[in-house]
Design a protein around this ligand. Structure first.
Ligand SMILES: C[S@@+](CC[C@H](N)C(=O)[O-])C[C@H]1O[C@@H](n2cnc3c(N)ncnc32)[C@H](O)[C@@H]1O
Length: 509
């Protein structure tokens, strides 16, 4: 049973239910001309291939490939009833010469399918080799586009490669996949100039069809020489009615809602305020302390008696998202003020803190991430002058709501956050209030919404936040003069990452 489950996961073996296959092909028949050739590159038992041949009864040739010989035999029998010349072969997608194969096909070609929905990381955990071979793929642009990533979907690799191989042909690629994969594939196609005539995504209920809780769709890309469409309409179902939002590629970035983005495009740009992530320490059991009436307790329920010197009020993503910022529930031991600071000074400045850290040295040294290697003992990341700014405007990166909050200092100690939160550091309450007002305004929320894919696992990232030009936003809301004062003070002090500017004495007269 376990082996069965492992195999299903390894080969992404979720056969498309006939009903869904029929709905997919009905939509294709309404949208595209009859193909001369239909290809199913991971055909399984042939459900999509059979449905496609029924939807396009005048198609002359059909090909299918699957790694599983039993599926191929079954599919051959079924497909032959619709297309006597159909040719199904047992084969491995990754070692098939698709480029040559597609070149020999009569056009227009329809490539329809449902490739495995599994990531390379999951495959390596299973000890599976069912993934692209790096050494064989050298110099292949599609592979290079994604090989830099430590974790990618196998289907993403397959679809990108198929687009590359189809790019010179009159062809349609119609594939069931995760919506996140569809977007990455489109982003690749738009960035690399693949000649797309039109593209659409049609959302499907993956829970109902495959029993998996993931956002999924049918991605349809119509390719034709000399085309350059860089938008994609997202439909809520397998029809061409009720058109939803339009995603697209504008200003070198993929946007979630083209019309909304174009409306607020003037807010796009670099901001004089720099978004930062909270502190990364990877050892909450040692570093995070709970205040109790009898002193601090660490994550191992040990009583901890240390100086306050290196302790700071800590707020986590759930606190920020749920606006629980009235009193800190935890304190964080922050041994450095900047990345790379020598930590040995703690021994003199706060001997009890040093002794505590040393007594838990093994846990600290066993932190899994390699970033701590060759760093001072007990090092953390995500620290700088911004960490110790007395006021912050923060948002959680673990939630999908763009709810900005003011995080003040407590008992004269700046509050800190963990690395799932993003924030702007401020010197004064007035500055924090102004930034909160700007970021919570309708133009800001609309602008971010135009870029934000809510079905992503973690749509709010530091990169997303940095795309808004806060100065342009202040102008839109008529607050540019108030904001300019704070920008000026930052630039004079060079604090929080501001580009330092020379002081003009006359301004202080
Ligand atoms: C999600 S199922 C879809 C099957 C079929 N396309 C359908 O829609 O019903 C994925 C299929 O990919 C096949 N497969 C997995 N890895 C493969 C590979 N490396 N080469 C060819 N087929 C593969 C599996 O055997 C399985 O039949």
């Amino acid at each position: 049973m376990l082996n069965d489950r492992k195999q299903i996961a390894e080969f992404g073996d979720f056969q498309t239910p006939p009903q869904l296959a029929e709905a997919v092909c009905r939509l294709l028949a309404e949208s595209i001309p009859c193909p001369a050739t239909i290809v199913e590159p991971t055909c399984g038992v042939g459900n999509l291939l059979v449905a496609a041949l029924k939807a396009f009864p005048t198609t002359k040739q059909a090909f299918g490939v699957d790694i599983n010989p039993e599926y191929v035999a079954k599919a051959q029998q079924r497909v032959e009833l619709e297309c006597p010349t159909a040719d199904l072969t047992q084969g491995d997608f990754f070692s098939t010469n698709w480029k040559q194969f597609l070149m020999d096909c009569a056009t227009p070609i329809l490539v329809v399918g449902n490739p495995p929905w599994v990531t390379n990381t999951h495959l390596s955990k299973l000890g599976s080799l069912n993934s692209p071979d790096k050494s064989n793929a050298d110099g292949v642009s599609g592979y290079e586009a994604i090989s830099g990533k430590s974790n990618f979907d196998i289907s993403e690799w397959m679809l990108i490669r198929l687009l590359d191989w189809l790019s010179e042909h009159n062809a349609v690629l119609a594939m069931l996949c995760k919506t996140s994969v569809a977007r990455k594939v489109l982003a690749y196609a738009w960035r690399s100039g693949i000649q797309i005539q039109s593209a659409s995504m049609h959302l499907i209920d993956a829970q109902a069809s495959f029993g998996v809780s993931v956002d999924a769709c049918l991605l349809v890309c119509v390719l034709a020489p000399a085309s350059n469409c860089d938008t994609c309409v997202v439909y809520p179902n397998l029809s061409k009615h009720n058109s939803g939002s339009k995603i697209g590629y504008i200003d070198g970035q993929i946007v979630a809602d083209v019309d909304r983005y174009l409306h607020w495009r003037s807010l796009s740009g670099h901001s004089p305020f720099r978004w930062r992530s909270g502190i990364k320490h990877d050892c909450s059991a040692v570093m995070e302390l709970k205040p109790t009436s009898t002193g601090y307790i660490n994550g191992m329920h040990e009583r901890v008696e240390i100086e306050d010197t290196y302790l700071f009020p800590l707020f986590k993503s759930s606190d920020i998202a749920n606006d629980r910022i009235d009193a800190p529930k935890r304190y964080l031991l922050v041994p450095q003020r900047r990345v790379g600071d020598d930590t040995h000074v703690i021994r003199q400045l706060a001997p009890k803190t040093w002794a505590y850290l040393e007594s838990h040295g093994v846990q600290m040294e066993n932190r899994r991430s390699t970033i701590y290697k060759h760093q001072p003992r007990f090092a953390v990341f995500g620290v700088g002058d911004y960490t110790f700014g007395p006021w912050k405007v923060a948002v959680s990166g673990l939630y999908k709501r763009l709810a900005f909050r003011i995080v003040p200092s407590f008992e004269s100690k700046p509050s800190v956050m963990d690395d799932t939160c993003y924030f702007l550091a401020c010197d004064t309450e007035e500055e924090a209030n102004l930034l909160l007002h700007l970021l919570s305004s309708e133009p800001s929320q609309e602008f971010y919404s135009s870029l934000l894919f809510r079905d992503s696992k973690r749509p709010i990232t530091v990169d997303l936040l940095r795309r808004l030009d806060i100065r342009a936003l202040a102008q839109e809301l008529g607050c540019e003069e108030r904001l300019a004062e704070f920008v000026y003070l930052r630039e004079v002090s060079g604090r929080y990452g501001a580009k330092r500017r020379a002081v003009q004495p006359a301004l202080f007269d």
